[in-house]
Design a protein. Structure first.
Length: 250
């Protein structure tokens, strides 16, 4: 296998849910740094379009897409193995894929004559999918040589939400899934520290639809999230952040 030292090659990044929302902002950000970005998402048409559009804007980067259901261990394990075999390493994993509750949450329907079964798809994607992603990310990142400057082998960043920190009565299952992500990260931090892998969580507020409109409601928030990613991954110094234009599907 080729030398997987981060000093001799571009960093290899996996972004789950990287074709829409905050995920496409992450994809664009890492592409702007010239990294190798692998998008794992269920939306095939949108995934290919993001690869084409962002790849054209940042030709110095390498971007690929693979259709993956993060709730399927076999799907996700195959995708990680293929990325590792084709790219030679996995350095940064963004466990970002997530969905909201569709319609009224069954847990909030307290006046039903007969109790309806809670819909757990949100929990499956937002928590089970993150657990699978973290497990696979740690497995492949551990194969890296520690960075001579930081001592780190790589970084895992999970997308949580402030709904996992504060009451969110309109979507309690969503809130529970994000609280679970926060608990997972806090509990694994010391475990992964022993093998020089960092794990952190982002807990943003409501981001609106990204895209479209291209960040119109929260024009600075996606860039601020990217600054947080920069500081958590030690990719570049804050003062050297490149300008980041909003991504638009046109």
């Amino acid at each position: 296998m080729s030398d997987n030292s981060t000093q001799t090659r571009p960093l290899s990044v996996i972004v789950t849910g990287g074709s829409s929302g905050l995920g496409v902002t992450m994809t664009k950000y890492f592409a702007s740094l010239g990294y190798i970005v692998s998008i794992l998402d269920v939306n095939t048409s949108l995934g290919h379009k993001v690869v084409t559009d962002i790849g054209a804007e940042y030709p110095q980067s390498t971007i690929s897409f693979k259709r993956v259901d993060v709730t399927s261990w076999s799907d996700l394990a195959t995708a990680f193995r293929e990325v590792y075999q084709s790219r030679g390493a996995v350095d940064i994993v963004m466990a970002n894929a997530g969905i909201s509750e569709q319609g009224a949450s069954s847990l909030t329907l307290v006046d039903e004559d007969e109790p309806s079964q809670p819909r757990l798809r949100t929990l499956d994607v937002n928590l089970t999918g993150v657990i699978y992603t973290v497990k696979l990310g740690a497995h492949y990142i551990k194969k890296n040589h520690p960075d001579p400057t930081t001592g780190s082998r790589g970084t895992i960043i999970c997308t949580a939400s402030n709904a996992g920190l504060y009451p969110f009565p309109v979507a309690p299952i969503y809130a529970a899934s994000k609280a679970g992500v926060i608990g997972l990260v806090r509990s694994l931090a010391r475990v992964l520290e022993r093998v020089n892998i960092r794990i952190n969580a982002l807990a943003p507020a409501v981001l609106g639809k990204i895209p479209p409109p291209p960040f119109s409601a929260f024009p600075k928030l996606p860039t601020r999230v990217c600054i947080a990613i920069t500081l958590l991954t030690n990719t570049i110094q804050k003062a050297d952040l490149p300008p980041l234009k909003p991504y638009s599907r046109r």
